[in-house]
Design a protein. Structure first.
Length: 356
């Protein structure tokens, strides 16, 4: 008869054997899963290369009319935004933030004025512009297969449908022969919207061919005054309930967020409405008459508007200006780091003087 100790040893060996089997199964399973994820990511990347992005860096409102929640971080950090990850070491982020402070503080008086912040915001916004220009060069090559420096609507349409899973050769052949394309309603609606946008990006004389600069306007309307107007029209069209081509506060805050299923979702919706109300009343409605016109929304959306940049600088200072001197000291920026960088720093005051 097996002793209790021998039984436990046997049980332990069995457990270790099973554990090894499960780990081995997991190891062999991972490559397939990773491959699938990579394939999905690659598909998504291909589609993103030719589709206008919903999110535009350094622009206050998204293409769908939602407020850009990362706007303050984007215009404060520029291309360095990726370095401030939530899981990165607070001490390193603190040092990086100190370096940024010294760059913004051009007169080295140990505090940041509204003018200094305005200059910095314009500089960081321009960084996002240049980044979009560089990315556009790569994206343009992806949709210009014959390399003639122009992309026709049909060429773009073929690439777009191929990114949606359609057979590229079959689609190209049907378009060449003017045959009917069997496209689902949702995809057709997206195509129709893209075609309208394509028309707007096509500078006179219109020829339905986009060069690299026009394609940049197509993907990034913030680079073109004409396309900025088009984007504003699209946003107002989506939010304007009475068709007067203007926005009231009630129209601006009534954009559906989704079905509220529980208290947590209700709180999120309440915060969303609160943020939109504040933005409408304090920023977008420039003359405070309770109505936002296309002109007001266009000025609000223009990322290179110097007056807006100055107002933004004053707002950003007001958030952290605890001593009410209308300037930002290093300690204040470190304390309110989450607002400026999206990263919360711990024990910011303990090391500030010894590091800076």
């Amino acid at each position: 008869m097996m002793s209790r100790q021998a039984f436990l040893c046997s049980l332990g060996s069995l457990y270790l054997s099973l554990l090894f089997v499960f780990l081995l199964m997991d190891v062999y399973a991972r490559p397939a899963n990773n491959s699938a994820l990579k394939e999905k990511a690659a598909d998504s990347k291909d589609e993103n290369e030719i589709l206008p992005p919903d999110h535009l860096n350094g622009v206050k409102m998204e293409m769908d009319g939602h407020l850009n929640k990362e706007f303050h971080q984007e215009v404060f950090l520029g291309k360095e935004m990726e370095e401030f990850e939530e899981d990165s070491e607070p001490r390193k982020n603190r040092k990086k933030l100190m370096v940024i402070f010294s760059k913004v503080d051009v007169n080295n008086d140990k505090k940041i004025s509204a003018k200094e912040m305005q200059r910095w915001i314009m500089e960081k916004t321009d960084e996002h512009f240049q980044e979009a220009v560089e990315e556009n060069k790569m994206h343009f090559r992806a949709v210009d297969p014959d390399g003639d420096g122009h992309v026709s609507w049909d060429e773009y349409k073929i690439k777009f449908l191929a990114s949606k899973g359609f057979n590229e050769k079959e689609i190209a052949e049907k378009i060449k022969n003017n045959e009917e394309l069997k496209i689902d309603e949702e995809t057709q609606e997206v195509l129709d919207n893209l075609k309208d946008r394509w028309y707007q990006a096509d500078n006179p004389p219109p020829d339905m061919l986009l060069n690299e600069e026009e394609f940049l306007s197509f993907l990034h309307p913030e680079h073109s005054r004409g396309m900025l107007k088009f984007m504003v029209k699209e946003i107002i069209r989506d939010l304007d309930q009475d068709g007067d081509k203007k926005l009231t506060l009630s129209e601006f805050i009534s954009l559906p967020v989704g079905t509220v299923e529980n208290q947590q979702a209700q709180d999120i919706d309440d915060d969303w409405v609160k943020d939109r109300r504040k933005e409408f009343e304090e920023v977008i409605d420039a003359n405070h008459d309770g109505i936002v016109t296309m002109e007001e929304l266009e000025e609000y959306m223009d990322p290179m508007n110097e007056y807006n940049a100055l107002n933004e600088a004053k707002q950003m200072i007001a958030v952290a200006d605890e001593n009410q001197n209308h300037h930002l000291e290093l300690e204040e920026i470190l304390k309110y780091s989450e607002y400026f960088t999206g990263s919360k720093l711990m024990d910011y005051a303990r090391n500030v003087h010894e590091e800076f």
